[in-house]
Design a protein around this ligand. Structure first.
Ligand SMILES: [Zn+2]
Length: 149
């Protein structure tokens, strides 16, 4: 297995791993603004999707689709964002991001500067995100069951 000592995704000692096998791991990211934020990380230090074999690509994307489906079922987002950059950390990983029209950056990417919001909009999102955060445990349970099947 290829590991790079200064790569944070090769070290992954502090990740909150929901499920893993010998190829990939699915981790929970705690972020009050984005309940259910999940990453699917290829275990080997691989830079691009086309560095993987077709079978490996299928295995990786199957996990991504399972995360997306579980988020849709349990968190009822308005949209799912899938992102794979690796510009800062060139180690293959997918962000699976449930989005809501009321969230702090919608319709921008979660990494974009936050658009202007009224105090009422901010309060409404805080209330909605708190409710969603309470559903994250059920989302995780369902996702783990699906991934382990
Ligand atoms: Zn790495």
């Amino acid at each position: 297995m290829t590991k790079i000592s200064d790569c944070p995704l090769c070290r992954h000692t502090s990740d909150d791993v929901l499920w893993q096998n010998n190829q990939l791991r699915v981790i929970s990211v705690t972020d009050a603004d984005y309940p259910g934020l999940t990453r699917v990380i290829w275990n080997d230090h691989v830079k691009e999707m086309t560095d993987l074999s077709p079978k490996q690509r299928t295995d990786l994307m199957t996990a991504v689709w399972q995360v997306e489906r579980a988020q849709r079922c349990h968190l009822k987002p308005d949209k799912i964002n899938l992102a794979q950059f690796g510009n800062m950390t060139p180690h293959l990983h997918w962000h699976v991001i449930a989005r809501w029209q009321a969230d702090s950056r919608f319709p921008e990417a979660i990494w974009a500067p936050a658009p202007a919001r009224t105090p009422e909009q901010i309060a409404a999102w805080q209330k909605q995100s708190a409710l969603l955060t309470r559903q994250v445990a059920a989302y995780h349970d369902a996702l783990i069951t699906t991934l382990a099947a």
